[in-house]
Design a protein around this ligand. Structure first.
Ligand SMILES: Cc1cc2nc3c(=O)[nH]c(=O)nc-3n(C[C@H](O)[C@H](O)[C@H](O)COP(=O)(O)O)c2cc1C
Length: 415
């Protein structure tokens, strides 16, 4: 197994906005390869098996192809999504702060592959260190010979650092587009999709910061190298944001497909105070739960899905015996209710109602009718919003009902 944090986030990339330090090692090498043959880039990303690491796992090359196909468009946008506001997720802020040139190089290579001429780094304003690092790095990049070389190929390429509004909903791709247009981040209805009608109506690609951070390493080392980093059929690496009841919570970059047990027991150094594992909120609160019987699951998109769960952003929130799942789910759903932008009634009222029912049950005031309502809402709410916010709230509820129905029944019995 590769040692921690040394696979992609090579120590040479973790130099902050120090261009000289970055260039003294690997910095700029991938860009030179990309400039020599931009047409090879999309097939390379396809061959590497890179998938969206912002939660969806959608094949990255397909999104790039949509944009590359817009040959007549004069303006095209890339939004590098660093909004990252979901509880338990803390990977993109580290990449932006510590490896800004890796992000800029990856985004620039993406722009060369797709003929994009506006790159926007979209960053959560609460992450002040990330914002400062990216602003300083972009300034240095624009004054460098690397940018001069890029402009020979694509003279109209511009960079911009945009502080998002800081709302969780602002990380949704169409909400990000609205924010960049200077408006409140209300998600748009789809279709039209961003590739057809994005920022100011121009074709737009939205990629996560971690996704883009992989790009220059693939270009420099090749598709096979990248695929081989993963375990089993999985390609590459994944950054897991490990938090909760483990001895060493933190940011771990590991081969995609690393078993959950290794993440918790080897890297997280085991359970806090030797407590027993009860559950893992997998992929952040907007996803699902895994229980100890699935501790062996390889952490990659497909394997996790087979266990009725989702890898999501790679956030793993570990909880021990003694933690109330009902309380925890009530807290998470309350976060989603407070984060709903209010455009879609089923999301606005649905998440609020679910939170209220959960709070009733958690505080010993719930009834069987409340539980029945929750079960019913799991059937009717999914897919009822413009974006997936309401789906996230239902995911975690539904998964908790599946794994911990006894706990819900007990909480009601106690009334
Ligand atoms: C409510 C909501 C919030 C989201 N927040 C983020 C975010 O902070 N960062 C992110 O990359 N993707 C976020 N997404 C997913 C984006 O819409 C989009 O799928 C992603 O940025 C695509 O990047 P990728 O293909 O590289 O994974 C969010 C989605 C929803 C529904």
């Amino acid at each position: 197994m590769q040692p921690l944090n040394q696979v992609l986030l090579h120590k040479d990339c973790r130099v902050g906005p120090d261009l000289t330090a970055w260039r003294s090692t690997i910095g700029g090498k991938a860009l030179k390869i990309a400039l020599d043959d931009p047409s090879s880039l999309i097939p390379l990303i396809k061959d590497a098996g890179l998938r969206g690491l912002g939660g969806s796992g959608f094949p990255t090359y397909k999104k790039w192809e949509f944009l590359a196909a817009k040959k007549m468009a004069m303006e095209k946008y890339l939004i590098c999504n660093g909004n990252e506001d979901e509880p338990g997720t803390f990977k993109d802020r580290v990449l932006l702060e510590e490896t800004p040139f890796q992000v800029i190089e990856g985004a620039t290579i993406c722009a060369l592959a797709t003929n994009i001429n506006h790159i926007i780094f979209y960053i959560n304003p609460d992450q002040t260190a990330s914002l400062a690092s990216m602003r300083a790095a972009v300034e240095l990049w624009e004054a460098s010979d690397l940018y001069t070389e890029v402009k020979k190929k694509t003279p109209r390429l511009k960079y911009r650092v945009h502080a998002s509004s800081g709302h969780y909903i602002g990380g949704e791709e169409t909400a990000a587009i609205e924010s960049i247009e200077g408006k409140f981040p209300f998600p748009r209805g789809k279709p039209p999709f961003p590739a057809d009608f994005g920022v100011f109506g121009h074709p737009t690609l939205v990629n996560n910061i971690e996704t883009l951070s992989n790009v220059s390493h693939i270009v420099r080392n090749g598709a096979e190298w990248y695929r081989d980093l993963g375990l089993g059929d999985a390609a590459g690496t994944k950054i897991y944001s490990l938090s909760g009841d483990v001895l060493e919570p933190g940011f771990y970059e590991l081969p995609m497909g690393t078993p959950l047990s290794d993440l918790i027991n080897i890297y997280g150094k085991g359970m806090l105070l030797d407590k027993k594992l009860k559950a893992v909120f997998t992929g952040g609160p907007s996803n699902t739960i895994l229980t100890p019987k699935d501790i062996d699951v390889p952490l990659d998109f497909d394997s996790v899905l087979k266990r009725r769960s989702h890898l999501g952003t790679g956030a793993m929130i570990v909880v021990s015996e003694g933690t109330s799942i009902v309380k925890r789910v009530a807290e998470y759903v309350s976060f989603f209710a407070a984060s709903s932008c209010g455009q879609c009634p089923p999301c606005k009222t649905g998440t609020y109602y679910v939170a209220q029912l959960l709070n009733n049950i958690d505080t010993g005031q719930g009834s069987q009718a409340d539980l029945d309502s929750l079960i019913n809402l799991c059937k009717i709410l999914p897919g009822s919003g413009r974006c997936h916010l309401v789906d996230g709230a239902v995911n975690v509820l539904d998964s908790s009902l599946y794994h911990f129905m006894d706990e819900y029944r007990h909480a009601i019995k106690a009334t």
